[in-house]
Design a protein around this ligand. Structure first.
Ligand code: NGQ
Ligand code: ZN
Length: 450
Protein backbone atom coordinates (compact mmCIF):
# COMPACT_ATOMS: atom_id res chain seq x y z
CA UNK A 1 0.00 0.00 0.00
CA UNK A 2 1.09 3.57 -0.70
CA UNK A 3 0.03 6.43 1.51
CA UNK A 4 -0.14 10.08 0.36
CA UNK A 5 -0.97 13.13 2.43
CA UNK A 6 -2.28 16.50 1.19
CA UNK A 7 -2.83 19.73 3.02
CA UNK A 8 -5.98 20.17 0.96
CA UNK A 9 -7.72 17.99 -1.63
CA UNK A 10 -10.56 18.42 -4.08
CA UNK A 11 -12.45 15.17 -3.39
CA UNK A 12 -15.45 13.82 -5.28
CA UNK A 13 -17.66 15.26 -2.54
CA UNK A 14 -15.87 18.59 -2.16
CA UNK A 15 -12.80 20.17 -0.59
CA UNK A 16 -11.21 18.64 2.50
CA UNK A 17 -8.15 19.44 4.62
CA UNK A 18 -5.25 17.32 5.86
CA UNK A 19 -6.25 14.35 3.75
CA UNK A 20 -4.60 10.92 3.84
CA UNK A 21 -5.13 8.79 0.72
CA UNK A 22 -4.42 5.07 0.85
CA UNK A 23 -3.65 3.43 -2.48
CA UNK A 24 -3.62 -0.32 -3.07
CA UNK A 25 -3.09 -1.92 -6.50
CA UNK A 26 -3.55 1.42 -8.18
CA UNK A 27 -6.91 2.25 -6.55
CA UNK A 28 -7.85 4.55 -3.74
CA UNK A 29 -8.82 2.32 -0.82
CA UNK A 30 -9.33 4.93 1.91
CA UNK A 31 -9.71 8.69 2.16
CA UNK A 32 -9.33 10.22 5.61
CA UNK A 33 -9.57 13.98 6.19
CA UNK A 34 -8.21 15.81 9.24
CA UNK A 35 -5.24 13.50 9.71
CA UNK A 36 -1.78 14.08 11.08
CA UNK A 37 1.04 13.92 8.50
CA UNK A 38 3.95 13.16 10.77
CA UNK A 39 4.52 9.52 9.80
CA UNK A 40 3.74 9.93 6.07
CA UNK A 41 6.71 10.45 3.76
CA UNK A 42 4.77 11.68 0.71
CA UNK A 43 3.37 15.03 1.79
CA UNK A 44 2.07 17.56 -0.72
CA UNK A 45 0.11 20.77 -0.68
CA UNK A 46 -2.88 20.52 -3.03
CA UNK A 47 -4.49 17.47 -4.64
CA UNK A 48 -6.77 17.59 -7.65
CA UNK A 49 -8.14 14.63 -9.55
CA UNK A 50 -6.54 14.02 -12.95
CA UNK A 51 -8.69 15.35 -15.79
CA UNK A 52 -9.86 13.22 -18.71
CA UNK A 53 -8.88 14.49 -22.14
CA UNK A 54 -11.79 13.25 -24.19
CA UNK A 55 -10.60 13.91 -27.74
CA UNK A 56 -7.13 13.50 -29.23
CA UNK A 57 -5.65 12.77 -32.65
CA UNK A 58 -2.11 12.07 -31.43
CA UNK A 59 -0.42 12.03 -34.86
CA UNK A 60 -1.44 15.66 -35.51
CA UNK A 61 1.13 16.77 -32.90
CA UNK A 62 3.76 16.04 -35.59
CA UNK A 63 2.83 19.21 -37.46
CA UNK A 64 1.68 21.44 -34.60
CA UNK A 65 2.63 25.01 -35.46
CA UNK A 66 3.40 24.12 -39.09
CA UNK A 67 0.14 25.32 -40.61
CA UNK A 68 0.27 28.93 -39.46
CA UNK A 69 1.53 30.51 -42.69
CA UNK A 70 -1.05 32.09 -44.95
CA UNK A 71 -1.65 30.29 -48.25
CA UNK A 72 -2.54 31.57 -51.73
CA UNK A 73 -6.30 31.61 -51.17
CA UNK A 74 -8.05 32.34 -47.93
CA UNK A 75 -7.12 29.74 -45.32
CA UNK A 76 -9.77 27.65 -43.60
CA UNK A 77 -10.41 24.41 -41.80
CA UNK A 78 -10.50 22.77 -45.24
CA UNK A 79 -7.09 24.04 -46.37
CA UNK A 80 -5.72 22.95 -42.98
CA UNK A 81 -7.21 19.52 -43.58
CA UNK A 82 -5.36 19.20 -46.90
CA UNK A 83 -2.11 20.06 -45.12
CA UNK A 84 -2.92 17.47 -42.44
CA UNK A 85 -3.52 14.81 -45.12
CA UNK A 86 -0.11 15.58 -46.65
CA UNK A 87 1.54 15.37 -43.22
CA UNK A 88 0.32 11.82 -42.57
CA UNK A 89 1.78 10.46 -45.82
CA UNK A 90 5.07 9.32 -44.38
CA UNK A 91 4.29 8.29 -40.82
CA UNK A 92 5.05 4.62 -40.08
CA UNK A 93 4.07 2.54 -37.02
CA UNK A 94 7.18 3.40 -34.99
CA UNK A 95 6.60 7.09 -35.79
CA UNK A 96 3.01 6.86 -34.54
CA UNK A 97 4.29 5.40 -31.28
CA UNK A 98 7.00 8.06 -30.91
CA UNK A 99 4.60 10.93 -31.62
CA UNK A 100 1.89 9.54 -29.34
CA UNK A 101 4.40 9.05 -26.51
CA UNK A 102 5.40 12.72 -26.79
CA UNK A 103 1.74 13.73 -26.76
CA UNK A 104 0.95 11.57 -23.73
CA UNK A 105 3.94 12.87 -21.75
CA UNK A 106 2.73 16.42 -22.44
CA UNK A 107 -0.81 15.47 -21.41
CA UNK A 108 0.33 13.96 -18.11
CA UNK A 109 2.49 17.01 -17.40
CA UNK A 110 -0.59 19.17 -18.08
CA UNK A 111 -2.75 17.21 -15.61
CA UNK A 112 -4.62 14.94 -18.02
CA UNK A 113 -4.53 11.35 -16.73
CA UNK A 114 -6.79 9.64 -19.30
CA UNK A 115 -6.98 10.21 -23.03
CA UNK A 116 -9.72 9.38 -25.51
CA UNK A 117 -7.71 8.62 -28.62
CA UNK A 118 -9.97 9.11 -31.65
CA UNK A 119 -7.73 6.98 -33.76
CA UNK A 120 -8.22 6.93 -37.50
CA UNK A 121 -4.81 6.44 -39.07
CA UNK A 122 -5.06 2.70 -39.74
CA UNK A 123 -3.29 1.66 -42.96
CA UNK A 124 0.10 1.98 -44.63
CA UNK A 125 1.12 4.81 -46.96
CA UNK A 126 -0.52 3.08 -49.93
CA UNK A 127 -3.77 2.64 -48.04
CA UNK A 128 -3.20 -1.11 -47.56
CA UNK A 129 -3.92 -2.70 -44.17
CA UNK A 130 -0.84 -3.80 -42.25
CA UNK A 131 -0.38 -7.58 -41.79
CA UNK A 132 -2.13 -7.03 -38.48
CA UNK A 133 -4.90 -4.56 -39.33
CA UNK A 134 -4.67 -3.16 -35.78
CA UNK A 135 -0.94 -2.38 -36.01
CA UNK A 136 -1.34 1.37 -35.50
CA UNK A 137 -3.86 0.85 -32.69
CA UNK A 138 -1.17 -1.24 -31.02
CA UNK A 139 1.31 1.61 -31.49
CA UNK A 140 -1.10 3.93 -29.63
CA UNK A 141 -1.54 1.36 -26.84
CA UNK A 142 2.24 0.97 -26.58
CA UNK A 143 2.68 4.74 -26.19
CA UNK A 144 0.04 4.78 -23.44
CA UNK A 145 1.73 1.86 -21.70
CA UNK A 146 5.16 3.50 -21.89
CA UNK A 147 4.03 6.85 -20.54
CA UNK A 148 1.42 5.58 -18.07
CA UNK A 149 -1.62 7.55 -19.26
CA UNK A 150 -4.96 5.73 -19.09
CA UNK A 151 -6.33 5.02 -22.56
CA UNK A 152 -9.84 4.94 -23.95
CA UNK A 153 -9.12 3.81 -27.47
CA UNK A 154 -11.72 4.86 -30.03
CA UNK A 155 -10.91 3.12 -33.31
CA UNK A 156 -12.50 5.16 -36.06
CA UNK A 157 -14.82 3.88 -38.74
CA UNK A 158 -14.23 5.97 -41.86
CA UNK A 159 -15.66 4.85 -45.20
CA UNK A 160 -16.58 7.88 -47.31
CA UNK A 161 -15.39 11.30 -48.43
CA UNK A 162 -18.64 13.21 -47.92
CA UNK A 163 -22.41 13.05 -47.30
CA UNK A 164 -24.28 10.48 -49.39
CA UNK A 165 -21.47 7.88 -49.30
CA UNK A 166 -19.15 9.82 -51.62
CA UNK A 167 -15.92 8.14 -52.71
CA UNK A 168 -13.05 8.85 -50.33
CA UNK A 169 -10.23 10.97 -51.70
CA UNK A 170 -6.60 9.91 -52.17
CA UNK A 171 -5.67 11.89 -49.05
CA UNK A 172 -8.04 9.72 -46.98
CA UNK A 173 -6.67 6.33 -48.11
CA UNK A 174 -5.00 5.48 -44.78
CA UNK A 175 -8.30 5.84 -42.88
CA UNK A 176 -10.70 3.69 -44.90
CA UNK A 177 -12.46 0.48 -43.85
CA UNK A 178 -15.65 -1.34 -44.67
CA UNK A 179 -17.77 -2.98 -42.00
CA UNK A 180 -15.94 -6.32 -42.26
CA UNK A 181 -12.42 -4.97 -42.09
CA UNK A 182 -13.48 -2.70 -39.25
CA UNK A 183 -14.73 -5.73 -37.29
CA UNK A 184 -11.25 -7.27 -37.62
CA UNK A 185 -9.65 -3.99 -36.60
CA UNK A 186 -11.76 -3.83 -33.43
CA UNK A 187 -10.81 -7.41 -32.53
CA UNK A 188 -7.12 -6.67 -32.97
CA UNK A 189 -7.42 -3.44 -30.97
CA UNK A 190 -9.21 -5.33 -28.20
CA UNK A 191 -6.31 -7.80 -27.95
CA UNK A 192 -3.82 -4.93 -27.94
CA UNK A 193 -5.47 -3.44 -24.86
CA UNK A 194 -5.55 -6.63 -22.80
CA UNK A 195 -2.42 -5.92 -20.80
CA UNK A 196 -2.96 -2.16 -20.43
CA UNK A 197 -4.33 -1.25 -16.98
CA UNK A 198 -7.72 0.52 -16.95
CA UNK A 199 -7.94 0.53 -20.76
CA UNK A 200 -11.38 1.00 -22.34
CA UNK A 201 -12.37 0.18 -25.91
CA UNK A 202 -14.99 2.31 -27.60
CA UNK A 203 -15.86 3.08 -31.18
CA UNK A 204 -15.96 6.19 -33.33
CA UNK A 205 -17.81 6.66 -36.59
CA UNK A 206 -15.71 9.61 -37.79
CA UNK A 207 -18.57 11.89 -38.83
CA UNK A 208 -21.78 11.82 -40.85
CA UNK A 209 -19.56 12.72 -43.80
CA UNK A 210 -17.51 9.52 -43.40
CA UNK A 211 -20.11 7.01 -42.15
CA UNK A 212 -23.75 6.43 -43.13
CA UNK A 213 -26.35 5.82 -40.42
CA UNK A 214 -26.75 2.26 -41.74
CA UNK A 215 -23.04 1.67 -41.23
CA UNK A 216 -23.19 3.25 -37.79
CA UNK A 217 -26.00 0.87 -36.83
CA UNK A 218 -23.94 -2.07 -38.07
CA UNK A 219 -20.80 -1.23 -36.10
CA UNK A 220 -22.40 -0.22 -32.79
CA UNK A 221 -22.71 -3.82 -31.49
CA UNK A 222 -18.94 -4.33 -31.82
CA UNK A 223 -18.26 -2.86 -28.35
CA UNK A 224 -20.21 -1.82 -25.30
CA UNK A 225 -17.82 1.09 -24.77
CA UNK A 226 -18.34 4.77 -25.52
CA UNK A 227 -19.38 6.02 -28.97
CA UNK A 228 -17.80 9.21 -30.27
CA UNK A 229 -18.52 11.15 -33.48
CA UNK A 230 -17.51 14.54 -34.91
CA UNK A 231 -20.54 16.65 -35.76
CA UNK A 232 -21.40 20.16 -36.98
CA UNK A 233 -17.95 21.64 -36.52
CA UNK A 234 -17.97 23.85 -39.60
CA UNK A 235 -20.78 25.79 -41.28
CA UNK A 236 -19.88 24.11 -44.59
CA UNK A 237 -20.71 20.77 -42.99
CA UNK A 238 -24.11 22.13 -41.96
CA UNK A 239 -24.75 23.47 -45.49
CA UNK A 240 -23.67 20.23 -47.15
CA UNK A 241 -25.83 18.16 -44.79
CA UNK A 242 -28.82 20.41 -45.45
CA UNK A 243 -28.48 20.16 -49.21
CA UNK A 244 -28.04 16.39 -49.03
CA UNK A 245 -30.72 15.49 -46.46
CA UNK A 246 -32.80 18.59 -45.77
CA UNK A 247 -31.61 18.42 -42.15
CA UNK A 248 -28.81 19.83 -40.11
CA UNK A 249 -26.10 17.43 -38.84
CA UNK A 250 -27.06 17.30 -35.15
CA UNK A 251 -30.75 17.13 -36.06
CA UNK A 252 -30.04 14.33 -38.54
CA UNK A 253 -27.91 12.39 -36.07
CA UNK A 254 -30.44 12.64 -33.23
CA UNK A 255 -33.24 11.54 -35.59
CA UNK A 256 -31.34 8.62 -37.10
CA UNK A 257 -29.05 7.14 -34.45
CA UNK A 258 -29.71 5.94 -30.88
CA UNK A 259 -27.87 8.85 -29.26
CA UNK A 260 -27.84 8.55 -25.47
CA UNK A 261 -25.46 8.83 -22.52
CA UNK A 262 -23.03 6.39 -24.16
CA UNK A 263 -22.35 8.97 -26.85
CA UNK A 264 -19.99 11.90 -27.07
CA UNK A 265 -20.67 14.44 -29.80
CA UNK A 266 -17.39 16.16 -30.66
CA UNK A 267 -17.66 19.92 -31.31
CA UNK A 268 -21.42 20.21 -32.08
CA UNK A 269 -20.56 23.86 -32.67
CA UNK A 270 -23.35 24.82 -35.02
CA UNK A 271 -26.78 24.06 -33.58
CA UNK A 272 -30.15 25.78 -33.54
CA UNK A 273 -31.85 26.31 -30.16
CA UNK A 274 -33.99 23.24 -30.85
CA UNK A 275 -30.96 21.07 -31.61
CA UNK A 276 -29.15 22.35 -28.50
CA UNK A 277 -32.07 21.40 -26.29
CA UNK A 278 -32.50 17.99 -27.94
CA UNK A 279 -28.81 17.20 -27.63
CA UNK A 280 -28.78 18.16 -23.94
CA UNK A 281 -31.83 15.94 -23.33
CA UNK A 282 -30.19 12.97 -25.10
CA UNK A 283 -27.67 12.65 -22.26
CA UNK A 284 -24.75 12.66 -24.70
CA UNK A 285 -21.63 14.57 -23.68
CA UNK A 286 -20.49 17.55 -25.75
CA UNK A 287 -16.79 17.02 -26.53
CA UNK A 288 -15.46 20.57 -26.63
CA UNK A 289 -11.93 21.31 -27.86
CA UNK A 290 -11.59 25.07 -27.37
CA UNK A 291 -7.93 25.48 -28.38
CA UNK A 292 -8.28 23.50 -31.60
CA UNK A 293 -11.68 25.03 -32.36
CA UNK A 294 -10.08 28.47 -32.11
CA UNK A 295 -7.06 27.40 -34.13
CA UNK A 296 -9.24 26.02 -36.93
CA UNK A 297 -11.77 28.84 -36.90
CA UNK A 298 -14.74 26.62 -36.11
CA UNK A 299 -17.06 28.90 -34.17
CA UNK A 300 -18.39 29.02 -30.62
CA UNK A 301 -20.42 26.29 -28.92
CA UNK A 302 -23.83 27.41 -27.53
CA UNK A 303 -22.70 26.53 -24.01
CA UNK A 304 -25.07 28.58 -21.81
CA UNK A 305 -28.25 27.21 -23.42
CA UNK A 306 -26.83 23.69 -23.51
CA UNK A 307 -25.78 23.70 -19.85
CA UNK A 308 -29.02 25.38 -18.75
CA UNK A 309 -30.88 22.46 -20.37
CA UNK A 310 -28.85 19.97 -18.33
CA UNK A 311 -26.23 19.27 -21.01
CA UNK A 312 -22.88 17.77 -19.97
CA UNK A 313 -19.52 18.61 -21.45
CA UNK A 314 -15.87 17.66 -21.27
CA UNK A 315 -12.73 18.96 -22.97
CA UNK A 316 -10.27 17.52 -25.46
CA UNK A 317 -7.02 18.63 -27.00
CA UNK A 318 -8.03 17.34 -30.46
CA UNK A 319 -5.28 18.43 -32.93
CA UNK A 320 -2.79 18.74 -30.06
CA UNK A 321 -1.53 22.04 -31.43
CA UNK A 322 -1.08 22.96 -27.74
CA UNK A 323 -1.62 20.65 -24.78
CA UNK A 324 -2.82 22.48 -21.67
CA UNK A 325 -5.81 21.44 -19.56
CA UNK A 326 -6.13 24.76 -17.73
CA UNK A 327 -6.03 26.67 -21.00
CA UNK A 328 -8.75 24.52 -22.57
CA UNK A 329 -11.03 25.45 -19.66
CA UNK A 330 -9.96 29.11 -19.71
CA UNK A 331 -10.61 29.45 -23.43
CA UNK A 332 -13.95 27.68 -23.10
CA UNK A 333 -15.05 30.42 -20.70
CA UNK A 334 -13.31 33.29 -22.51
CA UNK A 335 -14.91 32.44 -25.87
CA UNK A 336 -18.29 32.71 -24.13
CA UNK A 337 -17.35 36.03 -22.52
CA UNK A 338 -16.32 37.43 -25.91
CA UNK A 339 -19.46 36.17 -27.62
CA UNK A 340 -21.89 37.33 -24.93
CA UNK A 341 -19.99 40.39 -23.64
CA UNK A 342 -20.46 39.04 -20.13
CA UNK A 343 -18.39 37.56 -17.31
CA UNK A 344 -18.55 34.28 -15.33
CA UNK A 345 -20.82 32.79 -17.98
CA UNK A 346 -20.31 29.07 -17.30
CA UNK A 347 -20.52 29.41 -13.51
CA UNK A 348 -24.25 29.54 -14.31
CA UNK A 349 -25.44 30.37 -10.76
CA UNK A 350 -24.80 33.17 -8.32
CA UNK A 351 -21.98 32.55 -5.91
CA UNK A 352 -20.35 29.73 -7.88
CA UNK A 353 -16.71 29.79 -8.90
CA UNK A 354 -16.19 29.64 -12.65
CA UNK A 355 -12.93 27.70 -12.28
CA UNK A 356 -14.45 25.05 -10.03
CA UNK A 357 -17.56 24.75 -12.21
CA UNK A 358 -15.47 24.29 -15.37
CA UNK A 359 -13.13 21.81 -13.72
CA UNK A 360 -15.89 19.81 -12.03
CA UNK A 361 -17.99 19.67 -15.20
CA UNK A 362 -15.07 18.58 -17.39
CA UNK A 363 -14.17 15.92 -14.84
CA UNK A 364 -17.67 14.41 -14.80
CA UNK A 365 -18.35 14.84 -18.50
CA UNK A 366 -14.94 13.43 -19.41
CA UNK A 367 -15.41 10.41 -17.14
CA UNK A 368 -18.79 9.68 -18.73
CA UNK A 369 -17.49 10.13 -22.26
CA UNK A 370 -14.46 7.89 -21.73
CA UNK A 371 -16.10 5.37 -19.36
CA UNK A 372 -13.17 5.80 -17.01
CA UNK A 373 -13.72 6.64 -13.34
CA UNK A 374 -12.40 10.09 -12.47
CA UNK A 375 -12.48 12.04 -9.23
CA UNK A 376 -10.86 11.32 -5.88
CA UNK A 377 -13.12 8.67 -4.39
CA UNK A 378 -12.71 5.26 -2.81
CA UNK A 379 -12.57 2.63 -5.54
CA UNK A 380 -11.40 5.03 -8.26
CA UNK A 381 -7.91 4.77 -9.75
CA UNK A 382 -5.41 6.91 -7.83
CA UNK A 383 -5.03 9.44 -10.66
CA UNK A 384 -3.95 12.57 -8.83
CA UNK A 385 -2.45 15.95 -9.73
CA UNK A 386 -0.71 18.13 -7.17
CA UNK A 387 -0.29 21.86 -7.60
CA UNK A 388 2.75 23.92 -6.68
CA UNK A 389 1.81 25.87 -3.53
CA UNK A 390 4.83 28.12 -4.19
CA UNK A 391 3.20 29.42 -7.39
CA UNK A 392 2.17 33.06 -6.95
CA UNK A 393 -1.32 32.35 -8.32
CA UNK A 394 -1.88 29.25 -6.17
CA UNK A 395 -0.26 29.78 -2.79
CA UNK A 396 -2.35 31.22 0.04
CA UNK A 397 -5.66 30.24 -1.57
CA UNK A 398 -8.12 27.62 -0.44
CA UNK A 399 -11.04 25.71 -1.94
CA UNK A 400 -12.53 26.89 -5.23
CA UNK A 401 -10.18 29.89 -5.33
CA UNK A 402 -7.34 27.44 -6.01
CA UNK A 403 -9.05 26.37 -9.23
CA UNK A 404 -9.79 29.97 -10.22
CA UNK A 405 -6.09 30.78 -9.73
CA UNK A 406 -4.95 27.66 -11.59
CA UNK A 407 -7.26 28.21 -14.58
CA UNK A 408 -7.34 32.00 -14.94
CA UNK A 409 -4.18 33.39 -13.42
CA UNK A 410 -1.32 30.93 -13.82
CA UNK A 411 0.84 31.59 -16.87
CA UNK A 412 3.75 29.39 -15.96
CA UNK A 413 2.78 25.76 -15.28
CA UNK A 414 1.42 25.25 -11.78
CA UNK A 415 1.48 21.45 -11.77
CA UNK A 416 3.97 19.76 -9.49
CA UNK A 417 3.34 15.98 -9.40
CA UNK A 418 1.05 13.59 -11.25
CA UNK A 419 0.26 10.06 -10.11
CA UNK A 420 -1.42 7.42 -12.25
CA UNK A 421 -2.69 4.37 -10.37
CA UNK A 422 -0.74 5.68 -7.41
CA UNK A 423 2.55 5.75 -9.32
CA UNK A 424 4.28 9.10 -9.44
CA UNK A 425 4.93 9.74 -13.15
CA UNK A 426 5.51 13.50 -13.04
CA UNK A 427 7.59 15.25 -10.41
CA UNK A 428 8.47 18.94 -10.34
CA UNK A 429 6.43 19.26 -13.56
CA UNK A 430 8.63 16.72 -15.42
CA UNK A 431 7.53 13.30 -16.58
CA UNK A 432 10.25 10.76 -15.71
CA UNK A 433 10.63 9.83 -19.39
CA UNK A 434 10.43 13.39 -20.74
CA UNK A 435 13.97 13.53 -22.19
CA UNK A 436 14.07 10.11 -23.85
CA UNK A 437 10.58 10.52 -25.30
CA UNK A 438 11.39 14.01 -26.61
CA UNK A 439 14.65 12.81 -28.20
CA UNK A 440 12.82 10.05 -30.07
CA UNK A 441 10.09 12.52 -31.09
CA UNK A 442 12.69 14.94 -32.53
CA UNK A 443 14.35 12.10 -34.46
CA UNK A 444 10.93 11.10 -35.84
CA UNK A 445 10.17 14.65 -36.97
CA UNK A 446 13.58 14.91 -38.65
CA UNK A 447 12.96 11.62 -40.46
CA UNK A 448 9.45 12.37 -41.69
CA UNK A 449 10.31 15.88 -42.85
CA UNK A 450 13.59 14.88 -44.60
C1 NGQ B 1 -10.00 15.08 -37.87
N1 NGQ B 1 -10.22 17.25 -36.97
O1 NGQ B 1 -10.58 14.04 -38.08
O2 NGQ B 1 -8.80 15.10 -37.56
C2 NGQ B 1 -10.74 16.38 -37.97
C3 NGQ B 1 -10.55 16.99 -39.33
C4 NGQ B 1 -12.44 16.13 -40.73
C5 NGQ B 1 -10.98 18.18 -36.44
N2 NGQ B 1 -12.19 18.23 -36.82
C6 NGQ B 1 -10.97 16.14 -40.45
N3 NGQ B 1 -10.55 19.03 -35.55
O3 NGQ B 1 -13.23 16.48 -39.87
O4 NGQ B 1 -12.79 15.75 -41.83
ZN1 ZN C 1 -11.28 15.52 -33.94
Amino acid sequence: MTRLWFETAYLADGWARHVTLDVTDGRITAITPDTDSSDIAERHAIALPGLPNLHSHAFQRAFAGNTEVRGPSSDSFWTWREAMYRAVDRIDPSDVEAIAAQVYVEMLEAGFTRVGEFHYLHHDGDGRPYADIGELSHAIAAAAGETGIALTLLPVFYAHGGFGAQEPTHGQRRFINDINSFGRLIESARQGLESLPDAVLGIAPHSLRAATVEEIAAILPLTDGPIHIHVAEQTKEVDDCLSWSGRRPVEYLLDNAPVDARWCLIHATHMTATETLAMARSGAVAGLCPITEANLGDGIFPAPDFVAAGGRYGVGSDSNVLINAAEELRLLEYSQRLAHRARNVLAMNEGRSTGETLFGSALKGGAQALQGAAGLAVGAPADIVSLDAGHPSIGGRSGAAILDGFIFAAARPAIDCVWRRGEKLVEGGHHHARESVAARFRATLAKISA
